[in-house]
Design a binder for this molecule. Structure first.
Ligand code: NAD
Length: 528
């Protein structure tokens, strides 16, 4: 039985909440451009190299300057985590839980401020930034509760035999996080490792290093011992291999792109001569998520759900819908309504309360997405070609929503993760073909169907190959505990974040059996 409740979202329909959040945004604006060092073994480490984090909405605005770790720093961070690991592992689980609950409390106390940093640095609109912080708080409380159950001893006693089954921490966990849920995912992986008695080297994404520095402040406020979490911002390609291959690392908890995840998995599999175990890799990777629209679907609901799923946070969610597969009979009717809805979406800076589609994260993302748009425009019917107003284009990394119709299911556009506001519409003769198209990718992350037929909904449950399936609703916005999140195929290795079995990935199971038949005990040796 769980006592866990999800942290409710902030109600921005209340003027008082809007005013408070505007105030938080203004206060954070006054703190932009500060410097943030590495923190290894509770010591501040400044580096020659610096990551200059800029705003996606205003590319010339510097959010902060964050020290960039070298390979030597990575080794020091692992050494610090290793040195702290025995003491942290021995602490009773209930005291570790107190730390986690304190982390949640400090985040809740700083909720608007943290969300404001996310708006500025990651370019998330208000509600999505608020949801990011709420999810981070949820991870702390959920894993805290589950760790208590996990570490309860389980005993089987028979005459003459006592059996105990228990879990031990793995050791040092390297957490490598993406920018698109800059607080929630970083927090989730870190606190799961902490709750299970492991120590952490925390490597955030370059683009969201300042939000990560704010999380590190929260961890310090919560009074963790030296070296239990080490803050190691840096360039993934430079320090990643050192972190992943180090013999003293037991688990790598990664969330990010498929290519990086697979490379980490490959490197981690090699066993160094100084290494005492095979590393575990938890890798949450990308998706090419589809929603099927059946020919009896409520089109108003379907259009709304597809638009929210495809264009929320400019399509930069791993769960985002990037393919909508529509049955022949309603294809044109659905497309017409979809075009109407997408054309009215408001593009703008993340800090503007009315913005629905914010900018994309950086220049590299912008160029990559535009390359897909050029390819799609040459090959397929362009149903919506959104335009970026000149003043926005000068200011930030904007890509307007694009919808391509009659897309070939085998084409690059329908097979590769684009991670931007680009949606493919594909036609299917019937449900058989729709399911076959939906399943025909290398990924299996999220998916959904809009249908009024119980039989077709039941088929979708059975046959759609996705980790998170949604029937008659949008396919993004998974909540901790309610929708444990994660995929399979090339979308992920491991079980679901925010689910009851997630913590099992961070522990080693041990069985102890004692022969308790009376045989007398050896007397203590007496010294004369
Ligand atoms: P990314 O793979 O580029 O970067 C993720 C992290 O890996 C960053 O911290 C980066 O610095 C680090 N990294 C880069 N190269 C590395 C290397 N060689 N060795 C070790 N670490 C390295 O991903 P991103 O752009 O930050 O995030 C977007 C991607 O994340 C998308 O593909 C999205 O689908 C995926 N994602 C998946 C989930 C999920 O739960 N399945 C959630 C969020 C994001």
């Amino acid at each position: 039985m769980t006592h866990f409740h999800n942290e409710p979202p902030t109600d921005f329909s209340q003027a008082a909440n809007r005013d408070l959040f505007q105030q938080a945004l203004d206060e954070v604006s006054d703190q932009l451009g500060n410097e943030y060092p590495l923190i290894i073994n509770d010591r501040v480490v400044e580096t020659k190299g610096v990551i200059v984090s800029t705003s996606p909405s205003h590319k010339n605005v510097v959010i902060g300057k964050v020290s960039s770790a070298t390979k030597v720093d990575a080794e020091s961070a692992i050494a610090a985590a290793k040195a702290a690991s025995t003491a942290w592992a021995r602490i009773e689980p209930k005291y570790r839980v107190e730390h986690l609950l304190l982390i949640a409390k400090h985040m809740a106390d700083r909720r608007l401020e943290l969300a404001a940093w996310i708006v500025h640095e990651a370019g998330k609109p208000w509600e999505e930034a608020d949801g990011d912080v709420a999810e981070a708080i949820d991870f702390c409380r959920f894993y805290a509760e589950h760790s208590l159950t996990l570490f309860e001893p389980r005993r089987v006693e028979l005459a003459g035999e006592e059996n105990e089954f228990l879990f031990r921490p793995c050791g040092v966990v390297v957490v490598i996080a993406p920018w698109n849920f800059p607080l929630a995912i970083l927090t989730g992986m870190t606190v799961a490792a902490l709750a299970t008695g492991n120590t952490v080297v925390m490597k955030p994404a370059e683009q969201s290093s300042v939000v990560a520095a704010k999380f590190m402040e929260v961890l310090i406020e919560a009074g963790l011992a030296d070296g239990v979490v080490n803050f190691l911002p840096g360039i993934g390609e430079e320090i990643g291999p050192t972190l992943v291959q180090h013999p003293d690392v037991s688990v790598i908890a990664f969330t990010g792109s498929r290519n990086v995840g697979l490379e980490i998995n490959r490197l981690a599999a090699a066993v160094d001569q100084h290494q005492h175990g095979v590393k575990r890799v938890i890798a949450e990777m990308g998706g090419k998520n589809a929603i099927i629209v059946d020919d009896d679907a409520d089109l108003d609901e379907a259009v709304l759900g597809v638009v929210q799923s495809a264009f929320g946070y400019a399509g930069q969610k791993c769960s985002a819908c990037s393919r909508v597969i529509v049955l022949d009979g309603i294809y044109e009717a659905f497309l017409e309504r979809l075009v109407g809805a997408v054309t009215s979406l408001k593009l703008g800076p993340a800090e503007a309360p009315s913005t629905v589609v914010p900018p994309v994260i950086d220049r590299t993302a912008l160029d990559r997405i535009n390359e897909y748009i050029e390819f799609g425009s040459r090959e397929f019917r362009l149903a919506v070609a959104g335009e970026v107003p000149k003043e926005l284009a000068k200011e930030g990394h904007y890509v307007a929503p694009h919808v391509f119709a009659d897309v070939d299911p085998q084409s690059r556009l329908a097979q590769e993760e684009i991670f931007g506001p680009v949606l493919c519409v594909l036609k299917a003769k019937n449900l058989n073909e729709a399911i076959q198209i939906a399943n025909n990718t290398e990924y299996a992350l999220t998916g959904g169907i809009y249908s009024r037929s119980p039989a077709n909904l039941a088929r979708a449950r059975r046959e759609l190959q996705v980790g998170n399936l949604y029937l008659n609703r949008s396919i993004t916005g998974a909540l901790v505990n309610r929708q444990p999140f994660g995929g399979f195929k090339l979308s992920g290795i491991g079980t679901k974040a925010g689910g009851a079995d997630y913590l099992l990935q961070f522990v080693v199971p041990i069985s102890v059996t004692e022969n308790t038949l009376r045989r007398g005990f050896a007397p203590k040796s007496k010294t004369k």
